[in-house]
Design a protein around this ligand. Structure first.
Ligand SMILES: [Zn+2]
Length: 142
């Protein structure tokens, strides 16, 4: 695996739970990237013991909502001129639209196809979401 100490301009996705880096790497389609990317696995971490991180030598648009759902402990560092210019702390999104489907057969979202599935966060610690239209609960895992 390629190791890059510093990147000039791009993004470092840090504090990924050890073992989750590869799926995020693939999710962001970085295995198909034509710019410099590095996936570092099992790097030492003060906070978690071990962590994965991803370095991207490019500015890309990322769907932070999805990354927050995959792992809310992730930190995103925006690098410019080899310095961190911005740190983005992810958290579970307060609202999730279109990603989770309501499983309640009597919910308005299953009766009418044109309505977008919407879930609102009701318990941040446990990652529990509730359908905006009915009482259906959804627990986010992984
Ligand atoms: Zn519902």
């Amino acid at each position: 695996m390629l190791y890059i100490d510093s990147i000039h301009r791009g993004i470092v996705i840090d504090h990924i739970k050890a073992g989750c880096g590869l799926s995020i790497f693939k999710y962001l389609k970085l295995d198909e990237a034509d710019y410099t990317v590095a996936l570092i696995m099992n790097a030492p971490s003060k906070k978690y013991g071990k962590k994965d991180l991803i370095k991207i030598e490019n500015t890309i648009d990322m769907d932070l909502t999805i990354l927050g759902l995959i792992d809310p402990n992730i930190t995103i560092n925006i690098i410019d001129d080899e310095k961190i210019v911005k740190k983005i702390k992810l958290s579970l999104p307060k609202k999730v639209e279109g990603l989770i489907k309501c499983k309640n057969p009597r919910c308005v979202t299953s009766e009418e196809r044109d309505i977008e599935h919407k879930f609102v966060l009701v318990d941040e610690d446990k990652g529990i979401y509730k359908c905006e239209y009915c009482e259906q609960i959804y627990t986010w895992e992984e």
